[in-house]
Design a protein around this ligand. Sequence first.
Ligand code: GAR
Length: 222
Amino acid sequence: MATKDKLRVGVLVSGRGSNLQAIIDANEAGKLDAAVVVVVSDVKDAYALERARRHRIAPAFVDPKAHASREAFNEAMAAVLTEHQVGLVCLAGYMRVLSAGFIHRFRHRIMNIHPALLPSFPGLHVQGKSLHHGVKFSGCTVHFADEGVDTGPIIIQAIVPVFDDDTEDTLSARILKYEHQIYPRAIQLYAEGRLEVRGRRVFCKGSDSERPIKEGWRYIHP
Ligand code: GAR
């Protein structure tokens, strides 16, 4: 598919941007009918902005401190995304809560990646919390964002085991590997127009069965 015909994706970031990189790589490998057209950060020196520059994607820093309220700050972000005619917004390590106005404006057009099996362990520092709690399995979730914190309809989850000798770092790395697989996958399903949200549940159009668990994945029909 020619780049001009692809779904235009805007990615919101706060940090290193490895999920952003996985999305860019999937597109450059010809696996995505979607292209990142702008990367928006709330952190001026986020490494994710450097990744954007390296791939000739527009980088944008929107300064939270330059706005009187979260609403005003999110309005400024929305203006950047609209200017780039974004069809899908992907949160990739974006560490702030979005305003209700922003969610409303992009309803079911905002995805988030979270390093836990939601609805367990929403919020921040969740790999450490999962380990401390003693769970035997963890994983990651791609979901549509709603007004809550990590509460929106779930698109794909991947499961990983938690081992006795795990540290926060080893568990985070095991989960991250799957984040990099399921996020591009969810975006591709969206780009194909196959995701249908019914209440809290997300179904994949064009399939009447789910694939069995494969390599620790469970996702709605690929
Ligand atoms: C990822 O593990 C992502 O799931 C998590 O932050 C990391 C960002 O890494 N997101 C959250 O915790 C959101 N609440 P990255 O910048 O390398 O993609």
